[in-house]
Ligand binder design. Structure first.
Ligand code: C2E
Ligand code: MG
Ligand code: MG
Ligand code: MG
Length: 279
């Protein structure tokens, strides 16, 4: 115990750690400004039906256009927004914008594309989340069936019963539910069958070395087969080559998402992507 105390005292005065903490306080106040001054922007990455080659939908991915510094990726600011609780407000903005986007797109193209939205752990646990999702759908006048809510395995661990109850509340809105980054978290397979999810998203980690890494191919194929046995669909993330598409399609993976098809695009670019898309 004394040793632990000594260590934490040492860390408290650690200049490196101190500056990291200071840095995140600075970013936190900049994030407040960013919310106020509308510095966030959504990009959208197409998801392609691998059998028909048609566009299935899009994943909304947030960017922060920080004055003087340019675009900050979500992996940098989401964790800080999460710690400070600002993610709830940012997340509501994302939900709202994503629903309005898909409403515009589906009207413009007379289509029924899906929009996938990432939730953070804090948002998922927030008791207002179902209200926020519903509000976003009502404001944008979209059908719940075209909204796909992505959660990660790690968010579902801890209190399993509570997580299942939260998922059921969200599902009751009529939306789809997906597990993102599947295979990289710490969820136990014994819980998977109890999760009311429609889709597993196979993490890029298992896709990127297909067809060179036979272990990754075995894992991807096993995840796809398991998902289907559990009556779930599969989206493969990070698809970059035609060989990967061939492998995934041969293994009956329904949807692919990745740079091979398109990087995440701003709305204007996305509209030309759809207009120029050829099967
Ligand atoms: P994610 O939800 O797993 O999103 C996929 C990430 O992989 C995106 O990074 C996307 O640009 C990238 N990606 C897609 N295809 C490829 C590919 O073929 N190759 C490679 N190398 N990368 C690919 P991005 O946009 O930087 O987002 C990173 C993560 O940040 C997301 O991972 C998600 O966890 C989080 N995130 C993004 N937007 C939001 C948001 O609105 N709310 C929350 N809570 N988290 C978000
Ligand atoms: Mg995602
Ligand atoms: Mg993912
Ligand atoms: Mg990922």
């Amino acid at each position: 115990k004394a040793k632990d105390l000594g260590r934490s005292t040492f860390h408290f005065f650690d200049p490196v750690l101190g500056s990291a903490a200071q840095k995140s306080i600075v970013i936190e106040s900049q994030l407040r400004e960013a919310i106020k001054h509308k510095q966030f922007e959504l990009h959208f990455q197409p998801q392609i039906d691998l059998a028909s080659k048609t566009i299935f939908g899009f994943e909304a991915l947030v960017r922060w256009n920080k004055p003087e510094e340019g675009q900050i990726p979500p992996n940098v600011f989401i964790p800080i927004a999460e710690q400070s609780g600002l993610i709830v407000e940012i997340g509501e903005w994302v939900l709202d914008e994503a629903c309005r986007f898909i409403s515009r797109i589906n009207r413009k193209f007379d289509s029924q594309y899906m929009i996938a939205v990432n939730l953070s752990a804090r948002q998922f646990k927030d008791s207002n989340i179902t209200h926020a999702i519903k509000k976003a759908m009502v404001n944008a006048r979209i059908k719940p069936e075209c909204l796909d809510i992505e959660v990660t395995e790690t968010m579902l661990m801890g209190n399993i019963e509570e997580a299942i109850a939260h998922m059921q509340d969200i599902k009751a809105l009529g939306v789809q539910l997906s597990i993102d980054d599947f295979g990289t978290g710490y969820s136990s397979l014994s819980y998977l069958k109890r999760f009311p999810v429609n889709t597993l998203k196979v993490d890029r980690a298992f896709v990127k070395d297909i067809p060179h890494d036979t272990d990754d191919m075995a894992i991807s194929a096993a995840i796809i087969a398991m998902a289907h046995k559990l009556k779930m669909h599969v989206i493969a993330e990070g698809v970059e080559t035609q060989e990967q598409v061939d492998f995934l399609r041969d293994n009956h993976c329904e949807i692919g998402q990745g740079y091979l098809f398109s990087r995440p695009l701003a709305e204007k670019e996305l509209i030309s992507f759809i207009e120029n898309y050829k099967i």
